[in-house]
Design a protein around this ligand. Structure first.
Ligand SMILES: [Fe+2]
Ligand SMILES: [Fe+2]
Length: 330
């Protein structure tokens, strides 16, 4: 096993000995615990301080959900419901995104000197690996065809790769929160499937909460020359993400065959998942309210990712009414 594989496949605790909820009441308590967390550090905290780091890393450890992928109870679906799942152009890219994320985070952990951040980001890498297992299990269970995966390459610049993954997650999760709610309302995903997959969605919320606070802490602790270089890198990462998101992206499977997947599904997916007369403005407002709801239980002193909600609010304010009131489905 490589060093990086060891990081994303091993938790400091033994997952199999962690207590699992044994009744509906215990499950409800656990669901509450992973969504609500308050630090016992009193008063205000300075962003970039030791207390800030301690608070973020403690939040990440203590809101951990100990579910085991192999114990996930995938609900029985009708043939029509399975066909709908199969029709979504996302499965290859979703599995491969988790595969890349676990490796990129693990690679960055090796560069981190601070043991508290290293522990938190290693746990994040482990959770990405668990997401990959969950998704692989889901596609296997419902017989969704998947392209064989090409080997994942270790990033040459782990900080760059970590920033690409972190910012991507901030954008994707923001729109995925809205899409997930749309798919629930429209019945595209059954209630049971929504409930089974819910822990993965909430985990992405914790991941971007960790990323936003790591980013702010890291910025506050960089000497000014390094800070300027870092900000240039952040700009380059955003430029890369825009480039990557233009249109469909092409992936190669292990046999060298090309597959086209929708890298913008979190935005384009409304038309696929909804069946109501949803307008662009409805969808953007839903993303904002779901984002607020998912973050609402965590200590207010921790920073939230702000760019996607801010630009979405601006879009709601600035885009022409005709475009905002355009129905995305119906
Ligand atoms: Fe993930
Ligand atoms: Fe994640």
């Amino acid at each position: 096993m490589s060093d990086l594989e060891a990081i994303y496949t091993q938790l400091p605790e033994d997952l199999h000995t962690l207590p699992q909820p044994k009744s509906d009441k215990e499950l409800e308590e656990m669901n509450y615990r992973v969504r609500h967390w308050m630090s016992n550090i009193p008063g205000s905290i300075k962003i970039g301080s030791k207390e800030h780091r301690q608070m973020v890393c403690q939040m990440f450890r203590e809101t951990f959900n100990p579910y085991r992928p192999t114990f996930m109870d995938w609900p029985k679906l009708t043939d029509q419901e399975i066909d709908r799942l199969k029709s979504l152009p996302i499965w290859d890219i979703a599995v491969q995104t988790e595969g890349k994320a676990r490796l990129r985070m693990a690679a960055y952990v090796k560069e981190i000197v601070d043991p508290e951040w290293a522990d938190a980001i290693a746990r994040n890498a482990w959770e990405e690996n668990r997401h990959k297992e969950v998704l692989s299990d889901l596609v296997r269970f419902y017989g969704i065809p998947l392209a064989s995966e090409s080997p994942y390459s270790v990033p040459k610049d782990p900080e760059w790769a970590y920033l690409v993954t972190g910012f991507s997650e901030c954008w994707d999760s923001f729109y995925a929160f809205g899409l997930f709610a749309i798919a629930e309302k429209s019945g595209f995903f059954t209630k049971e499937l929504i409930e089974t997959f819910e822990p993965v969605m909430q985990e992405e919320c914790r991941h971007i909460l960790l990323f936003a606070n790591w980013l702010a802490w890291h910025r506050a602790n960089l000497p000014w020359i390094k800070r300027i270089l870092f900000e240039l890198k952040v700009i380059a990462v955003h430029a890369f993400l825009v480039y990557e998101r233009i249109g469909l992206i092409k992936t190669m499977d292990a046999e060298g065959e090309e597959h086209f997947q929708d890298n913008n599904f979190t935005i384009n997916g409304v038309a696929e998942l909804g069946n109501e007369k949803t307008t662009l403005a409805d969808f953007l407002r839903l993303c904002l309210s779901e984002d607020d709801r998912r973050f609402s239980g965590y200590d207010r002193r921790l920073l939230r990712p702000e760019t996607a909600p801010f630009l979405t609010k601006m879009a709601l304010w600035l885009l022409p009414k005709k475009l905002l009131n355009k129905q995305l489905v119906g």
